[in-house]
Design a protein around this ligand. Structure first.
Ligand code: NAP
Length: 504
């Protein structure tokens, strides 16, 4: 039986969780710690060492030594085997890690488990991909042969958010290690625990000390010191667009390689010829998974005017019936938000939309009790806001909570126009019975991923990333692996006579 949110917390509070630097679990250089909480209960669940800029320096130095020592020259087969071993260790530990993730993030346990399984699949994918880092050859002339090598880009700073703590860490760790890079991973301050576990398991998998370092600590200090550090060659960041902008600016001083996976305001287009049941059920998943705290959450549902009322009624009924509550309970579908503050922010958007003339069809804050030991103020019910015009703030800004808007459109052209009329471009979904229309609309939407008649957006092997202010670079695919490498061209003299361009 799965324990409830208030049980077994004591078991997780003993001793501060240490930093991981050069294969050692260390306290921070100044001995400071911070407390990490369960968002669902508001209770502390552990003390975590808080890295300093001195620790950043030590971790980057260790990562550089590991890179130059042997890791960058370890054969792809060996790296693949280590990644494969890490995948097995993660899989074997999935239940415990899922519980830890749930306690630290507030997401339902079955969702945490699914994400850990995706992390395993991602490691497996890159274990294979490590052995397919091909260059090209080109005969420039009879006297010159060229070929290219893909070399590791170097020491990478991986900075990740709190919404998919372990999965996002793996999305960066796996391609970095596959390419022969070393990393310093900075988890979000709200959710540092599973990233530290990932680092520990990496060592257990035989990945040499210094290849993976993990530094919890505040983004404005530890994150920024990492981005600015001259020993960092590449920054791989996932988080808010505003933070991404800051990181790109700081990294520009050192002309570092940067990939940015940022926010979204993704459309979900329901045409009049769509299978309504599939569209309703898929659209529920596309917004309410992880309580809407997904970068690719399809938070704007655009519905053809001919089926708007029908869709809205069915969708609202289903949304209102989703089970909100204890993230550790097996039947919970929507857990806590990451914090009370986030829930307040989300409700600020909802209230603002109503003030702008939109209609709250279902959802909103939780009044009263939601379960024993749970902090109701950290939960928001699945919320649907109808009659939204795309210029309203609720349709333009990333809410990052279980809130979806309904907007009417009259024809395909208008649907595409509204879909594209935001500063983001991460994902989109199209629901239609017309195959040609599905592909046509997919081609016209300015987003990194478009789904047709299915709600999922991220699979290992499929490039994931944004257009416009949703960032640049890709994850989860061979394309991501390329971003952890530099291309080197080698030119070989193959002529029978010495080259003598001066005629000397
Ligand atoms: P965030 O506030 O931008 O934080 C992300 C990470 O950056 C955290 O580890 C944070 O540390 C760190 N950070 C903050 N300021 C920094 C700075 N000046 N320099 C270096 N690092 C800094 O984002 P979040 O609130 O954790 O996550 C939610 C956002 O992530 C949403 O916008 C969501 O759309 C986006 N996201 C995008 C994707 C994608 O693939 N496109 C996937 C998931 C999430 P602290 O935690 O210590 O502040």
């Amino acid at each position: 039986m799965i324990p409830t949110a208030t049980a077994t917390i004591a078991a997780m509070t003993d001793g501060p969780h240490a930093l991981l630097i050069d294969g050692e679990r260390r306290p921070s250089s100044d001995g400071r710690t911070f407390t990490t909480h369960s968002p669902a209960t508001g209770q502390p669940i552990g003390e975590v060492s808080r890295a300093t800029t001195q620790d950043v320096d030590a971790a980057v130095t260790a990562a550089r030594a590991a890179l130059d020592g042997s890791w960058s020259r370890t054969s792809p087969q060996k790296r693949a085997r280590m990644l494969g071993r890490l995948a097995l260790l993660l899989e074997a530990d999935a239940d415990r890690l899922a519980e830890l993730e749930t306690r630290n993030s507030g997401k339902p346990r079955w969702q945490a488990l699914a994400e850990i399984r995706q992390a395993v699949a991602d490691l497996d994918f890159y274990a294979g991909a490590a052995q397919h880092l091909y260059g090209r050859s080109f005969v420039v002339s009879p006297a010159v042969l060229s070929y290219t090598l893909r070399e590791p880009v170097g020491v990478c700073a991986a900075i990740v958010p709190w919404n998919y703590p372990l999965m996002m860490a793996t999305w960066k760790l796996a391609p970095a290690l596959a390419a022969g890079c070393t990393i310093v991973l900075k988890p979000a301050s709200a959710t540092p625990l599973t990233a530290l576990e990932l680092g520990r398991l990496a060592l257990e998998a035989g990945i040499p000390p210094g290849v993976v370092n993990v530094l919890p600590g505040p983004g404005s200090e530890v994150g920024e010191a990492l981005v600015a550090h001259p020993g960092i060659d590449k920054v791989a960041f996932t988080g808010e667009t505003q933070t991404g902008r800051r990181i790109a600016t700081v990294a520009a001083a050192g002309l570092k390689r940067v990939s940015l996976e940022l926010g979204g305001k993704s459309p979900n287009i329901v045409f009049e010829d769509a299978d309504m049941d599939a569209a309703v059920l898929g659209s529920l998943w596309a917004i309410y998974y992880a309580a809407g705290q997904s970068c690719e959450a399809r938070s704007r549902i655009l519905v053809h005017e001919a089926v708007y009322e029908r869709f809205a009624e069915a969708f609202v009924t289903k949304a209102a019936a989703l089970r909100v509550g204890d993230p550790l309970a097996e039947d919970t579908q929507v857990g806590a938000l990451i914090s009370r503050t986030q829930a307040e922010r989300v409700m600020g958007f909802v209230n603002g939309a109503v003030a702008e003339g939109a209609e709250l069809l279902t959802g909103g804050a939780v009044d009263g009790q939601i379960g024993d030991g749970l902090d109701a103020a950290a939960f928001v019910r699945p919320t649907v806001i109808g009659g939204v015009r795309n210029e309203m703030r609720i349709a333009q800004e990333e809410v990052f909570g279980p809130v979806v808007t309904l907007t009417r459109f009259a024809d395909e052209q208008e649907a595409v126009k509204i879909a594209n009329d935001v500063r983001f471009g991460l994902a989109a979904t199209v629901w239609t019975g017309d195959t040609a229309r599905g592909h046509r609309v997919a081609g016209r939407i300015r987003a990194g991923t478009v789904g047709i008649n299915q709600p999922y957006a991220a699979f290992p092997g499929v490039p994931f990333g944004g257009f416009k202010e949703s960032g640049y670079g890709r994850e989860l695919s061979i394309d991501a692996l390329d971003l952890y490498t530099e291309i080197k061209a080698v030119l070989v003299g193959t002529g029978a006579k010495p080259q003598n361009p001066f005629g000397a």
